[in-house]
Design a protein around this ligand. Structure first.
Ligand SMILES: Nc1ncnc2c1ncn2[C@@H]1O[C@H](COP(=O)(O)OP(=O)(O)OP(=O)(O)O)[C@@H](O)[C@H]1O
Ligand SMILES: [Mg+2]
Length: 508
């Protein structure tokens, strides 16, 4: 009789139950151990671990032909998380162990000694168990905290195969933890070392970041080396609205699958800030691989993706960002499957204005030729530039500001204003597919960006004298909407338009 138990496989952010079946050919002459059901190399390697773990837990590994099947067979299986279920299925098949497998899911990598080790994606497994009504999850003890984030499942923390067998045979019962899904996001209030209070001067840049945070607008900062662009970008997560519980769970799922959850912290509590290097590959940026893993854009989900030194990035690689910037999701197609990871982030980019960094700077002469400057600025792909709403110059900090001992306004204060502006947008876009001003299309703009005759006159002058394109015009209206929201103003007024005009690029 084949032995059967349930395990789970994480694909993208989703998780599916997997039935692990083991059969032993009693009449076979030569011992063998096959795993079928689209296993990858890491699953094939389970055979060695499972064989040793069974032996070192005091059982005989059957000296026969053993076949393990992972069903459904058309879903690719990856990783060492099936070890535990395979060992149990084999022990059941050879009748060394009998227990009721109903409503139970077994997850864990085995050491050769039979101890259980951490696996990635536990929070996705726990969500699936709750949704599909399995009730009981047996997992490595070290993964208990992560699974406890999901409410109303019985979680059994297991140290070793031996301990689990003692439990299943009723000899020494493991006390389950009833998860309550208690999530404490208080640490959101911890003052980050990147608080805006520590940035001297740069009021213009800080204001632009506040607008970016309030309306979820992408922003590009340009300025000489050492002017504080990187420092400024790092403060953006501290002024973005606090994460909600569902956002925190979403982000935690992504980090769990990527294997990036820190040991002592099973929940991502603060908005992510990701800063991939300009030599990053396409796959590391958008995700993928033979068994697709989330890339930087998904790790930045609900937070900030910072592209420092933007012109140094490969244009072709940056072009991959177009679709996720539009759809807030990245689709990854592979021969066997297409899957998607969420990727809703605020893009912050920084650049020097030219190769030497001092073009148009007041305090040092630029050593670049006009052709070099133009070539440098044109390195950034047009379609990416189209998705950036705010452009600012970040000049060197003035000496008076640098020596000023006074702290500037705290991020927490700015965050309060941002949060209010977001609440206005939530009400405005209730029942619509969008949530922020930056996502407005033509019809939303027609409804929510009406302007009076004074503002119309101002915009007409700007369009004519500055030769603004239709795209730039729309961008200015959207940014004006956010500036008005920050002020709690129902209407977009001419002063809002005047401010928005400051954040347009010098050349389009
Ligand atoms: N406004 C400021 N207030 C306080 N410190 C600052 C400010 N601007 C810059 N600094 C200091 O200068 C250092 C360099 O700043 P930062 O790395 O942000 O510059 P950058 O504009 O990104 O330069 P680069 O173009 O070379 O990347 C910071 O680590 C910080 O210590
Ligand atoms: Mg920098």
């Amino acid at each position: 009789m084949p032995g059967r138990v349930m395990a789970a496989s994480v694909v993208g952010l989703d998780c599916y139950p997997i039935q692990v079946e083991a059969d032993i050919f009693q009449n076979s002459v030569l011992p063998a151990f096959d795993v079928v059901g689209l296993p990858d190399k890491t699953v094939q390697e389970s055979r060695a671990r499972v064989r040793s773990a069974i032996k070192n837990s005091g059982f005989l590994f059957p000296p026969k032909r053993v076949t393990v099947n992972l069903a459904p067979a058309d879903l690719k299986k990856e990783g060492p998380a099936f070890d535990l279920a395979m060992a149990l299925a084999i022990l059941k098949a050879q009748e060394s162990l009998q227990f009721d497998e109903q409503e139970k899911i077994f997850i864990g990598e085995l050491s050769l000694e039979g101890e259980l080790r951490h696996v990635n994606g536990i929070i996705s497994v726990a969500s699936m168990i709750k949704e599909r009504g399995f009730k009981r999850l047996f997992l490595p003890e070290c993964d208990l905290a992560e699974a406890s984030l999901i409410s109303n499942i019985e979680i059994y923390p297991v140290k070793s195969l031996t301990q689990l067998i003692m439990h299943l045979t009723g000899k020494n019962v493991i006390i389950p933890t009833n998860s309550r899904g208690l999530i404490n996001l208080d640490e959101n209030n911890v003052i980050s070392k990147f608080d805006m209070a520590y940035i001297k001067g740069q009021e213009h840049a800080k204001r632009a970041l506040e607008i970016a945070a309030a309306g979820s607008h992408n922003i590009l900062m340009s300025g000489p080396p050492g002017s504080g662009k990187t420092l400024l970008a790092r403060t953006l997560p501290t002024i973005l609205p606090k994460m909600t519980v569902s956002e925190a769970l979403e982000v935690t799922k992504i980090y769990s699958i990527a294997g990036l959850l820190k040991d002592n912290d099973s929940l991502v509590k603060i908005r992510p800030f990701r800063s991939p290097h300009h030599t990053a590959s396409g796959v590391s940026l958008v995700g993928g691989g033979a068994f697709p893993k989330p890339g930087e854009i998904s790790l930045a989900h609900r937070g900030v993706l910072f592209l420092d030194e933007l012109p140094e990035f490969d244009r072709k690689i940056l072009d991959n960002l177009r679709q996720p910037l539009e759809d807030n999701i990245i689709q990854i197609s592979r021969a066997q499957q297409t899957l998607s990871f969420p990727a809703k982030f605020t893009l912050v980019a920084s650049m020097n204005p030219c190769p030497c960094g001092y073009y148009m700077s007041n305090d040092r002469e630029c050593s670049c030729t006009p052709i070099e400057v133009s070539r440098y600025q044109k390195r950034i792909s047009g379609p990416l530039m189209d998705r950036i709403d705010l452009y600012i110059d970040v000049p060197k900090v003035k000496y008076e500001n640098l020596v000023d001992e006074k702290l500037a306004e705290k991020s927490a204060n700015v965050q309060t204003r941002v949060q209010k502006a977001r609440e206005i947008q939530e009400k405005r876009f209730a029942n619509m597919a969008i949530t922020s001003n930056s996502e407005m299309g033509h019809s939303e703009m027609r409804n929510f960006c009406r302007i009076d005759s004074v503002s119309q006159e101002l915009l007409r002058n700007a369009v004519n004298t500055l030769h603004l394109s239709a795209r730039a015009y729309n961008r200015i209206l959207k940014v004006s909407r956010t500036i008005a929201d920050l002020e709690g103003s129902v209407n977009i007024e001419s002063k809002h338009i005047a401010e928005a005009l400051q954040y347009r690029p010098k050349e389009i």
